[in-house]
Ligand binder design. Structure first.
Ligand code: RTP
Ligand code: MG
Length: 143
């Protein structure tokens, strides 16, 4: 299995709950390394651009309004099979369907406010990482 990078966002609901550290701990326990990170309060334009793929969906406006409702923590995770591993520890989109012990089962309350985002494939991971980080802002581990 190859070493991959994926984009993760801790969404405004989880930042407000003060569980950034607990979520980072889940990443680290799963063997994912944080190789870039920044806290941002997204503008409407940034949130619309990031979620452009969902532009025609009925939940798009609510999603954008939620994502700009407070600061988010954005990070690049690196590790073996990082894209699928992150999706696994996040749990299902709807926290009511998320497996016990996943981030969404433990920290999210609804499908609209579901604590975390994770890239869903290699192409979206590359696009989403480039959306937030310049290559020289990413710090691969050398030890
Ligand atoms: P994300 O992109 O945030 O990691 O979540 P995901 O892949 O699990 O879900 P996705 O289908 O990409 O949807 C993006 C976000 O839109 C909201 N959503 N609401 N009301 C609904 O039916 C609905 N469906 C999706 C969720 O907040 C989801 O995370
Ligand atoms: Mg998605």
């Amino acid at each position: 299995m190859a070493v991959e990078r994926t984009l993760s966002i801790i969404k405004p609901d989880a930042v407000a709950k003060n569980v950034i550290g607990e979520i980072y701990s889940r990443f680290e326990k799963a063997g994912l390394r944080i190789v870039a990170a920044k806290m941002l309060h997204l503008t409407r334009e940034q949130a619309e651009g990031f979620y452009a793929v969902h532009k025609e969906r009925p939940f798009f406006n609510d999603l954008v309004n939620f994502m700009i409702s407070g600061p988010v923590m954005v990070q690049v995770l690196e590790g073996e099979n990082a894209i699928a591993k992150n999706r696994e520890i996040m749990g299902a989109t709807n926290p009511k369907e998320a497996a016990p012990g996943t981030i969404r089962a433990d920290f999210a309350v609804s499908i609209d406010e579901n604590a975390v985002h994770g890239s869903d494939g290699p192409d979206t991971a590359a696009q989403e990482i480039a959306f937030f980080f310049k290559e020289n802002e990413i710090c691969p581990r050398t030890r």
